[in-house]
Ligand binder design. Structure first.
Ligand code: HEM
Length: 409
């Protein structure tokens, strides 16, 4: 076996030791090759920052292909209809659309997430954080994920969409089950659970939409309903998918960025002190939290047109690529001392929010939430320490901790 083949062998999302710390294997792969064929997943895997950044902006690549080709035309199997409720839930998700449908839905959603729209809600965002941190202070020892990051990010997104805060736990449970579908190694039990959760979630969202029709407010779900009622062709199915993708995308990645980021801060007390002393601003540190231990490790695209070449490798229409964000974020061609966790690095042009037409629509909100959280926690808990060794979930694509126990003294 040659060296690259041996490294590809180590790229195994089913292997707990790889998932616990993927970076040595990712670094070795990236240095060996900018792109490689992965037989396990049937994809071309892209490892370096520049190639990933270019691919994200290449309009000949798409998150979906069904707007252009049938499954048969690309030699792909017909989709498994067993998971029909899951398919229904993401049918109109921004993440599954390409222009022109993507352009129209994205324009509607973007209005609500502009930096100025987020700034108008800043006091809300701060209020949720303060309330939860008060409770963490009372507890003395708390879990950053379950006592803070989850309830915080769900409260924020629910308040923007107009979803009752009392339903937050329901949404969290559904969302956790659904996102497991995006792992490379999801088994049938996981898919069944995701499908069931998607079904319940659709029914819930349908009822929510009916409620907004009866008693409208000025929040996003109502806005979408209004567009439909004003004669534009936004269907209920489109409103359902849009609401759900915002709820899912709107908290999972934020929670995991906070979890992975505070783990890093606790393991690097010198960097924590730079925040406590005020040497580094929370807004600057937030960017390194997004870069150093990516909460989203892999994104895929389909090749839609002939002539696409990545790092000298010619690709054919119907090929699928997988971009390794966690690897690109540690690329020494782009970042000085990439493995060093440096809260003062000040490099906001990382891959954390993607690029091109699917660039994270929630990025201004996510940044606001991260900055608010870092500032609030540093201000109150200068003596923060780890209570126990944090453990990562056994998933690769979505990288996050099962918990992060911290002590305030
Ligand atoms: C730290 C937190 C977050 C991270 C790291 C993150 C990351 C990303 C990335 C990398 C993409 C691009 C996916 C691709 O190109 O295939 C994306 C898309 C998206 N994100 Fe985020 N996100 C975060 C928070 C949020 C929040 C708070 C929201 C919603 C309020 C949100 C909503 C979305 C949506 C709807 C898309 C799809 C956009 C489109 O396809 O046009 N994200 N996110």
């Amino acid at each position: 076996m040659d060296e690259l083949a041996a490294l590809i062998e180590r790229f195994d999302p089913d292997d707990p030791s790889f998932v616990t710390d993927p970076y040595p294997a990712l670094n070795a792969l990236r240095e060996a090759s900018p792109i490689f064929w992965n037989d396990r997943s049937g994809q071309w895997v892209v490892t370096r920052f520049a190639e990933i950044a270019t691919a994200l902006r290449d309009r000949r690549l798409g998150r979906a292909y069904t707007h252009r080709y049938t499954h048969a035309e690309l030699g792909r199997p017909e989709p498994d209809t067993t998971w029909s409720r899951f398919d229904e839930h993401e049918r109109w998700s921004l993440l599954c659309l390409e222009p022109p449908d993507h352009t129209r839905l994205r324009r509607l959603v973007s209005k609500v997430f502009t930096p100025s729209a987020v700034a108008r809600r800043a006091s809300n965002i701060e209020g949720f954080s303060t309330e939860l941190l008060d409770r963490c202070a009372d507890l003395g020892t708390f879990d950053l994920i379950t006592d803070y990051a989850q309830p915080y990010s769900v409260a924020v997104i629910c308040s923007l969409l107009g979803v009752p805060a009392s339903d937050a736990q329901l949404l969290l449970d559904w969302s956790h089950a659904i996102v497991k579908m995006y792992e490379l190694n999801a088994d049938d039990a996981t898919k069944t659970a995701a499908d069931r959760a998607a079904g319940e979630y659709i029914d819930y969202t349908r009822a929510l939409i009916a409620e907004k029709r009866r008693s409208p407010d000025d929040l996003l779900v109502s806005e979408l309903v209004r567009v439909e009622d004003e004669g534009d062709s936004l269907t209920e199915a489109q409103i359902i998918s849009t609401t759900m993708v915002l709820l899912e995308a709107g908290h999972e990645a934020t929670v995991n960025t906070l979890g992975n980021g505070f783990r890093a801060l606790m393991l690097h007390p010198d960097q924590w002190q730079r925040l406590v002393s005020g040497e580094v601003a929370p807004s600057v540190a937030a960017e390194e939290l997004l870069r150093w231990d990516s909460p989203l490790q892999l994104f895929e695209r389909w090749v839609l047109e002939p002539g696409v070449e990545i790092a000298g490798q010619e690709l054919e229409v119907g090929d699928e690529i997988a971009m390794l964000f966690g690897s690109g974020q540690r690329d020494p061609r782009r970042f000085d001392r990439p493995d060093t966790f440096d809260v003062g690095r000040n490099e906001p042009a990382h891959l954390g929010f993607g690029g091109g037409i699917h660039f994270c629509v929630g990025a201004p909100l996510a940044r606001q939430e991260l900055i608010q959280s870092v500032a609030g926690i540093v201000d109150r808990f200068a003596e923060l320490t780890l209570v126990s060794d944090p453990v990562y979930h056994r998933t690769f694509v979505i990288r996050g901790l099962t918990g992060l126990r911290l002590s305030t003294s």
